[in-house]
Design a protein around this ligand. Structure first.
Ligand code: SF4
Ligand code: SF4
Length: 97
């Protein structure tokens, strides 16, 4: 009974990419120019607005910043929020020709 009480709420705990892998439907993907990215330039933890705003939680706040493209949905929010214009959204290549 005690264990059941812990799960009484319908709330879930956010975790990386709960919606699963993106698959092949993504139109655009983010590419980081490390020459413009603030943590890479400064060589220390800084900025990380892309990490903060990514709704999928797939940006790793590290040096260099990394994006897990297996789970990125291509929404472009990271590129919009980046103060250094270090992220460019590029079109996905169509593997089907
Ligand atoms: S494009 Fe969207 S999902 Fe992908 S890393 Fe940027 S903010 Fe996250
Ligand atoms: S928001 Fe832009 S400058 Fe800041 S850490 Fe992310 S990619 Fe780098």
């Amino acid at each position: 009974m005690k264990n059941r009480d812990k799960n009484i709420s319908a709330m879930s705990t956010p975790a990386i990419a709960e919606g699963g892998k993106t698959g092949d439907w993504r139109d655009m993907r983010p590419v980081i120019d490390q020459k413009k990215c603030i943590p890479s330039i400064k060589g220390k933890a800084a900025c990380y607005l892309c990490w903060l705003y990514c709704p999928e939680g797939v940006v790793k706040a590290a040096i260099p910043v990394k994006i897990d493209l297996d789970y990125c949905k291509g929404c472009g929010i990271c590129a919009e929020e980046c103060p250094a214009q270090a992220i460019t959204m590029i079109k996905e290549v169509d593997d089907n020709g």
